[in-house]
Ligand binder design. Structure first.
Ligand code: ADP
Ligand code: MG
Length: 381
């Protein structure tokens, strides 16, 4: 972003990507009185469906990018694999792009990302880039047992192989197709957390309370807010997230995934230059949602309060829920549970492992929210 000009409600905001993150952004932006244009090549577009304009073209399409640039003074992205060159092109055309292309390119490459986080003074797992067969021979012994991850395009645990011994590394590297990789030491995790940090045009920062995350088969299954971690660990993670956002001169909503170790220390794992699945809980549980913060940062408005309104649990609803129900899940039963808010993304096919929606289970206490979440899980998971 180049200027600090405030875009008032009534302005157009652009979104690269038409998935659920774009959809929830669009709902919040519309509530605030903005018009949203979505660029998305897909047949079905969860975000396009709830937006003022949908452009069904490729992310690299010149005409589509020109249209976005002429209509929208600010453009954001909902996933980190939008071509960085397209964001740079929009910026050239005078569009405020948040996040900046540079921040996106850091998150796109695990080697670059780890080096950047470490340089910002935040601890990361011991690691080594694996870019060739000879790097496999030279990998330090102390990184085993380790995890070999593709440097690019990995998500939901895809593109990762556990490598117990050094002798298995070459085979793992070949199995991933000899693409650029990173080898990380496999750490003993006490729990996994994430922090969402918002950074405005003027450098103002705000973090949400820490989210506690539980994964199943590499996919986020459940987020607990507030995280059940010591206060010092909470403070450490939030301070580290701000440090990373400042080092990136980030503008927008940035998520940092952290590992919490037995001793309460935190290790930054990866970044996502956008709202994050774990932050969906902010829609109901915090004063301002992560999507409203995204709107505010794009528009150059002050950040909203991130404080907790009520404890809650977010349960992801995958396509598997349709398999379990042998058809459409019993939404009426889910909605009969008090404090449960249902979000369905309007995707066409409920495929195995596909994120179709989520349920936020609120309670006066975390225990009450957990009880309600258990009931929802029994129906859906
Ligand atoms: P993805 O992009 O698929 O989310 P991650 O790097 O977050 O990739 O890895 C997915 C999951 O694998 C993590 O949430 C964590 O449970 C586990 N994991 C990843 N790296 C490590 C590590 N160095 N030590 C222990 N567990 C790890
Ligand atoms: Mg992850």
């Amino acid at each position: 972003m180049t200027d600090s000009h405030v875009l008032l409600p009534g302005s157009w905001l652009g979104m690269m990507g038409g998935g659920q993150l774009g959809r929830m952004f669009s709902v919040e932006a519309s509530r605030l009185g903005y018009h949203v244009a979505v660029l998305d090549p897909g047949e079905v577009s969860p975000a396009g469906e709830v937006s003022a304009l949908r452009i069904k073209k490729s992310y690299k399409d010149r005409e589509a990018l020109d249209q976005m640039a002429s209509l929208c003074p600010a453009v954001s992205t909902e996933f980190e694999n939008v071509p960085a060159a397209s964001l740079a092109y929009l910026a050239e055309k005078g569009c405020r792009t948040a996040p900046l292309a540079e921040a996106v390119s850091i998150s796109q490459d695990r080697n670059k990302e780890k080096a950047f986080i470490a340089a910002a003074g935040v601890p990361v797992a011991p690691h080594a880039p694996i870019l060739s067969e000879s790097d496999c021979q030279e990998a330090p012994a102390e990184l085993f047992p380790g995890i070999l991850k593709t440097a690019r395009l990995g998500y939901d645990g895809k593109g990762q192989v556990v490598v117990d011994k050094k002798e298995q590394l070459l085979r793992a590297y070949l199995s991933l197709g000899k693409v650029e990789c990173i080898l990380e030491k496999k750490l003993a995790l006490k729990t996994e957390c994430s922090v969402i940090v918002c950074r405005g045009l003027d450098g103002e920062t705000a973090t949400f309370p820490v989210f506690e995350n539980h994964h199943l088969h590499g996919i986020l299954a459940e987020t607990v807010l507030p995280a059940r971690i010591p206060d010092e660990t909470e403070a450490l993670a939030r301070a580290d997230a701000i440090r990373i956002a400042n080092a990136m001169k980030y503008v927008g909503v940035l998520c940092i995934e952290f590992f919490v170790l037995e001793d309460g220390s935190v290790i930054a794992n990866e970044t996502a230059p956008r709202p994050h699945n774990s932050g969906h809980i902010t829609i109901e549980a915090c004063m301002t949602s992560q999507f409203e913060q995204q709107v505010r940062t794009m528009a150059g408005l002050p950040l909203g309060s991130t404080s907790l309104k009520t404890p809650g649990i977010m349960l992801n609803i995958l396509g598997d829920a349709w398999e379990k129900a042998d058809g459409e899940p019993d939404w009426a039963r889910v909605l009969a549970i008090p404090g449960v808010k249902l979000h369905l993304y309007g995707k066409a096919e409920p495929r195995h492992g596909r994120k179709m929606g989520h349920a936020t289970c609120l309670g006066r206490t975390l225990d009450e929210a957990l009880e309600r979440a258990k009931k929802v899980a029994r129906i859906l998971q």
